[in-house]
Design a binder for this molecule. Sequence first.
Ligand code: NAD
Length: 291
Amino acid sequence: MADNKIPLKFRLYTAKYKTKMFFKSVKSKLIGGKKMEGFNLKGKKAIVFGIANDQSIAWHIAKGLNDAGCQIAVAYQERVEQLVKPLLGMLNNPLAEKCDVVDDVLLTEFFGKVEKEFGKVDFLIHSIAFAKKEHLQGKYYDTDRRGYQVAQEVSSYSLAELTRRVMPIMNDNGSILAMTYYGSEKVAPNYNVMGVAKAALEASVRYLANDTGEKGIRVNAISAGPIKTLAASGIGDFQKMLDYAKEKAPLKRNVDADDVANLAVFLCSDMSKNITGQVIYVDAGYCIMAV
Ligand SMILES: NC(=O)c1ccc[n+]([C@@H]2O[C@H](COP(=O)([O-])OP(=O)(O)OC[C@H]3O[C@@H](n4cnc5c(N)ncnc54)[C@H](O)[C@@H]3O)[C@@H](O)[C@H]2O)c1
């Protein structure tokens, strides 16, 4: 898109964001990353799908894996390029390429590039989801056919697609992770078609774990409590979800993306070598409550 076609509001936001990320990057170089005590992923390589900006769960996971010694290949959507590029300086020697899970040409190019540059990889992080905004509010039965298809294709089917593409270049004993939410099991008002897509995603995790198990490759999902991100801002009354989760959870607090990243590093490490096909909660205990 030509610069003059990008709304002024977004251009101003991008300029401010780039400055903020520049200083963050300098600080990160001077102080170094947060050390993940007990987790040594030196020499490991990970593919991360789903970084849109510095709030993304995928970004926190990428940084956590990077700080544990892992090299990262970032697959980002073209529309968020301006927000992803300033983050790359905070990673050690990353590979970064445009990709979209509904575009076979871009997928083939991306995996080809990863194979050429990395050879084999050890981890795949699937931290992506999409549904039309109008389908994340009101009645679930108002979802139209195309809206249902797109939510399933991007948020659920893509895990099988990415697993199939990564298998030929994945080392034995690798780890694949997907992100999910409790709205797959119980009704979360407004979550609607995404809850249905997450149910399919969680079932996929189990089938994929069975498919990949003979190579020692594990597939798990992290079910996170609500976190303010770009994707979350599309869900109707999201602030209410945050407030309610905090009030009802035994720990009386919300979770953040670093909580998810810590679990992701554990699930990539050998410390979790016999955990597969699971949905593991990072929700301050919210899901154990009946009332
Ligand atoms: N934020 C929450 O409250 C929360 C809670 C539980 C689970 N999750 C899940 O975590 C994951 C990450 O979401 P997030 O909250 O970090 O938001 P986010 O907006 O930062 O990340 C969503 C990502 O999906 C990517 N994406 C969308 N369509 C794509 C496509 N066609 N091809 C490739 N990438 C595509 C976007 O570029 C973006 O990077 C999602 O699966 C989401 O459902 C989020």
